[in-house]
Design a protein. Structure first.
Length: 245
């Protein structure tokens, strides 16, 4: 009597994952997104606070687009609204304009334009004062006009990308015929060297990300956000590779 064997599933055959597997993979992410949305909508269940306002203003960037003009990009990093009432430059009150408005709600960003005759190669101290009297300092260590986006700067960055991204790959491909003669041990050495370089680049990139995270608004919680993005990226690449296989 002939016997029949159960057919293999799509995962066993190495094909695409089943719909059930995809649902089980995405369901925790959907539930997590729902919980985060609920926390944001309900303000974490804290309700109204009966306490003095907490004001934190994070200076993201300072630029000098032209002589006689200082621009600051700021973000409200605290839980309460902030109204920028006054601006001091080098211990003198100065006129200013805020776009889109002087009052910033939580995580709102704005551009503060100060028509001030800054002096090249000199330092300038800036203080933004809220309507409650809290001062938020910023400093220009060396005053230099900020570069503008134009054809010349675009060409320079394109050349840098060509030197870094295209030239090394093209030169590396010239060794490809010789690598066939290295044998198994030689190829193992080359692969080990490549893995070592990737590990070094990963460590260096991690340190750079942590340094950049210190300048980001604290409300984004960069020390937690960075490893979370890393884990999500690894999970996505693993899933994408599995689908391709």
């Amino acid at each position: 009597m002939a016997t029949t064997t159960p057919s293999a599933t799509s995962e066993q055959r190495g094909g695409l994952p089943s719909i059930k597997s995809i649902i089980l993979l995405l369901l925790p992410l959907v539930l997590l997104a729902g919980v985060l949305a609920l926390i944001v909508a309900t303000d974490g269940g804290l309700g109204d606070r009966e306490a003095p306002p907490i004001e934190t203003l994070n200076v993201q960037r300072i630029t000098l687009p032209e002589p006689g003009l200082i621009e600051l990009v700021v973000v409200n990093d605290g839980p309460d609204p902030i109204t920028i009432a006054q601006v001091m430059v080098d211990d003198a009150y100065w006129q200013f304009a805020v776009e889109p408005g002087n009052t910033l709600d939580r995580l709102d960003s704005a551009t503060v334009a100060i028509p001030y005759p800054w002096v090249k190669d000199e330092a300038h101290a800036i203080n933004m004062i809220s309507e409650t009297g809290v001062a938020f300092p910023a400093e220009i260590a060396v005053a230099l006009q900020s570069p503008q986006a134009d054809t010349e700067s675009f060409t320079q960055f394109a050349l840098i990308g060509f030197y870094v991204g295209v030239v090394p790959v093209a030169l590396g491909l010239l060794w490809y015929p010789s690598m066939h003669r290295l044998g198994r041990k030689g190829m193992s050495f080359v692969l080990a060297l490549t893995i070592g370089l990737l590990v070094f680049l990963t460590i260096d990139m991690w340190e750079e990300a942590q340094a950049v995270g210190l300048s980001v608004a604290g409300a984004f919680d960069a020390p937690v956000l960075i490893p979370a993005i890393v884990l999500l990226t690894i999970a996505f690449l693993t899933l994408f590779g599995h689908v391709l296989r």
